[in-house]
Ligand binder design. Structure first.
Ligand code: IFM
Length: 765
């Protein structure tokens, strides 16, 4: 149970030197500022402990290995030697250890008491990655001994870099310019420059410069007095190609020099203030359930730390910036699971996520052409990196028995990705009322996605309908299926949205429409979209059972329990799908699929259909993906199964804070954080228990609080206006910000209202 008085901290007073615990703690205690992530490792750790500073938006490939994000050298490295002996949590006796992640401002702190011979040594450090200056990291490090000792401090840049797939930084140069330690390099594939500067302030002490074994260090030798605390502050800056128009090294040097002048506390103060604003805008308060409160807050924190830097047009990878897992790629996870949190609470970031898709539209066009036959439009990458070309490999999961890679069809058949993006693009416009993103390229994205589906669909003459064949839906255990309900529905809605965009532009932006239709030569295809929208088949509920068949022939598969399927595996890491996977011939599914559809289009299905499908698919779902639990939570809440909703809410909200997730699928290392599950936790709380949903016209709130919850409070952004919402067991209170632009429509507990700027409305339910 979390500490009641502190629901803003993650903390342990144990140090476990098992490799796996170090890896899990690296994820759990990571800090990030959207530009880079810094794993929660200790100052003295190195490559073997998976120290990683993963930089957003820069990728590299070595030989035939997987393309992945670049990890920068660790400018935060420090180790001390006492009477010639290295002091490290890995080698030295530990008397006491405490490490804390402060969620209020993304700072990581460690305090360790070591015993070396007859001496006790205290080491403390605190670090953060500035959200004011995204290239900057700052560390305050101090130590003391209980007896006089000869201490050597080595601090600087460790460029022994942990990489999963090859050495990405080459032409490495270590040097010192004035007082600043420097590291310069280029990436192996595209020769993009990556550099690091480090500057230590250890008042008045003389230092020696040492370059050895891929460390660029300064060395201080001290005759330390018993009981005296020695403190140094370190700043490091990471810069990559494109960060500044000028010289990168100069920019890095300037960044650390300015940070040194401002001092650790000066930099921290600005950083703190910005974090305070973020929390004022995005926090959710649950009264009466500390476990849920901490887990949800940690989930929100995980999303906030990876919010892309303004103007970067970066998006959020499936494992955030916790390392290179999943090739640092952006999946549908972002639009379907993270985007809702941002668009409802932090729309400035939601824009950034969608700009990334506008920016990678050409990559999606290339994929449509090369994935063929005859595909046109935008077929977005299943695993998208900086150019939008697909980083997903055709052989994507290793078989633990043979070590061979298995053919999976994630890349070539998971076509729902394009529609997921089109839906988010349109959702942004509906909820914010801001059409600038559509004008900037969002409308083009939507039309190109519709064009792709038209080129992918088949017209079945005898049935007078379009079908979508040979795909993978969200349930990845069943590949190459026909008429997957989720995919067909997403495609149909994409046609619908494309038509709505055209109509909206006709009315509001006729010139822009004319230009766009000419630019992509699509005017003659609009009638095709109309026809496809009308005639595209979407599997319907069975009139008797009300269940929607997940895809054609799903019902013919073997009826067997999830437990039984798992018993059939012969290796603990075995993947249940692909080729001969044990789930393939069965009805056992990997993750929410029909249920995902019923959640995504919740307004288009009645409760009895949702309930019947939840009851049918829930026992057949293995939840082999971290994306699954939240969909089950959301639909459970929708159909009034509040205890089930809570069970699945906790599963998604606790995933990262509990850090007990699986770390291997097949032979592939998967250890990292799960921002989609974090976004799912927010959705389950707000849309599920809060009963919030919004469309172009209004915000609807129909609460169904979990029994333990006394109160649920959160902020909402709608049409660029902000509202504070407080829900307790009896009433809903909505407070409109006094600076809101206009009065907005609400439906609270089935009462229609409008909420003027500065007004408070209170409805009993
Ligand atoms: O996007 C998901 C997919 O749905 C299931 N496998 C993991 C991917 C990344 O999270």
């Amino acid at each position: 149970m979390p500490d009641k008085n502190n629901l803003w901290k993650v903390n342990t007073n144990k140090f476990d030197n098992e490799k796996e615990s170090i890896m899990r703690n690296g994820n759990l205690y990571q800090i990030s500022n959207g530009y880079m992530g810094y794993r929660g490792t200790l100052d003295e750790f190195g490559r073997d402990e998976l120290v990683g500073i993963t930089v957003a938006g820069i990728f590299d490939k070595v030989g035939d290995e997987w393309r992945e994000p670049v990890n920068a050298p660790n400018g935060g490295y420090t180790i001390i030697k006492v009477d010639g002996k290295k002091i490290s949590a890995l080698e030295t006796d530990i008397v006491k250890h405490e490490q804390t992640l402060d969620i209020t401002n993304a700072t990581f702190e460690r305090k360790t008491v070591f015993k070396e011979g007859s001496k006790k040594i205290n080491i403390s450090s605190k670090r953060f990655l500035s959200i004011d200056k995204p290239n900057l990291g700052a560390i305050e490090y101090s130590f003391s001994t209980d007896k006089d000792a000869k201490i050597v401090v080595e601090t600087g840049i460790d460029y022994n870099i942990w990489d999963l797939s090859g050495k990405h930084l080459v032409n490495e140069k270590a040097s010192k310019k004035g007082n600043v330690l420097l590291y310069d390099s280029v990436t192996n594939e595209l020769k993009k420059q990556v550099c690091v500067a480090e500057l230590t302030d250890f008042k008045g002490l003389k230092e020696e410069h040492v370059i050895k074994s891929n460390y660029n260090l300064r060395k201080f030798s001290i005759n330390a007095e018993a009981g005296k605390t020695y403190k140094l502050t370190k700043n490091f800056a990471v810069f990559k190609d494109g960060d500044t128009p000028g010289n990168l090294i100069d920019a890095a040097v300037k960044t650390v020099e300015e940070a040194k002048s401002a001092g650790f506390s000066g930099c921290l103060k600005v950083h703190d203030e910005l974090w305070k604003k973020r929390w004022e805008q995005c926090d959710v308060i649950i009264e009466g359930d500390d476990e849920a409160q901490l887990a949800l807050r940690y989930s929100i924190f995980q999303l906030l730390i990876v919010a892309p830097v303004k103007g970067s047009a970066n998006s959020i990878p499936a494992r955030a910036l916790s390392g290179q897992v999943y090739k640092g790629a952006i999946f549908w996870d972002t639009e379907m699971f993270m985007f809702p949190f941002f668009v409802y609470t932090y729309p400035e970031v939601a824009v950034e996520l969608l700009r990334y898709r506008i920016q990678t539209l050409d990559g999606a066009r290339r994929k449509a052409k090369t994935e063929g036959p005859g595909f046109r439009g935008a077929y977005y990458a299943w695993e998208s990196q900086e150019s939008g070309d697909d980083a997903c490999t055709y052989f994507n999961i290793g078989d633990p028995h043979t070590g061979r890679l298995l053919r999976t069809h994630f890349r070539d058949k998971q076509v729902h990705i394009s529609g997921d993006i089109a839906i988010a693009m349109w959702e942004y416009f509906k909820l914010t009322g801001d059409d600038s993103l559509l004008l900037e390229g969002g409308a083009e994205v939507i039309l190109e996605c519709a064009r792709f589906y038209y080129s992918y669909a088949y017209f079945k003459k005898d049935k007078n309908r379009y079908e979508i064949l040979d795909v993978i839906g969200p349930d990845e255990y069943h590949e190459r299926v026909n008429n997957n309900a989720f995919t067909n529905k997403v495609a149909k809605v994409t046609f619908e949205i494309a038509l709505e965009v055209v109509n909206y532009f006709k009315e509001k932006h006729p010139d822009a429409l004319k230009k766009l239709l000419e630019k992509i030569d699509i005017a003659h295809e609009i009638p095709q979209f109309e026809e496809a929208y009308k005639l595209l088949y979407v599997p319907q509920p069975d009139p008797e059972t009300k269940v929607i068949e997940q895809f054609d022939t799903y019902y013919k598969l073997e009826e067997v329990s999830v437990e039984e399927v798992k018993k059939r595996t012969v290796h603990p890491n075995e993947y249940l799908g692909a080729g001969q996977g044990v789930a393939v011939p069965t009805k056992v599914i990997k993750q929410a699929d029909v249920i995902m559809m019923l959640n995504l289009f919740k307004d288009r299905f009645p409760v009895d259909i949702k309930k019947a499908n939840w009851e049918y698919y829930e026992p057949r779902t293995e939840h082999g993906s971290s994306l699954s639990a939240c969909a089950y939570a959301l639909v459970a809440a929708d159909v009034g199964k509040i205890d089930w909703a809570y069970k699945y809410f906790l599963k998604t909200a606790r995933l990262d804070i509990e850090a007990k997730y699986k770390v291997y699928v097949g032979t592939i290392f998967m250890g990292g954080s799960h921002p989609a599950a974090n976004g799912g936790a927010w959705m389950a709380a707000i849309f599920g228990f809060g009963g919030v949903k919004a469309n172009k016209e209004k915000v609807t709130i129909n609460p169904r609080l979990y029994s333990k919850w006394k109160k649920l409070s959160f902020n909402l952004s709608f049409k660029q206006d902000s509202f504070a919402v407080n829900i307790d067991k009896k009433k809903v209170v909505v407070v409109a910000n006094k600076n809101n632009a206009d009065s907005r429509a609400f439906s609270v507990a089935n009462k229609e209202l409008s909420c003027k700027p500065g007004e408070t409305i209170e409805i009993k339910y």
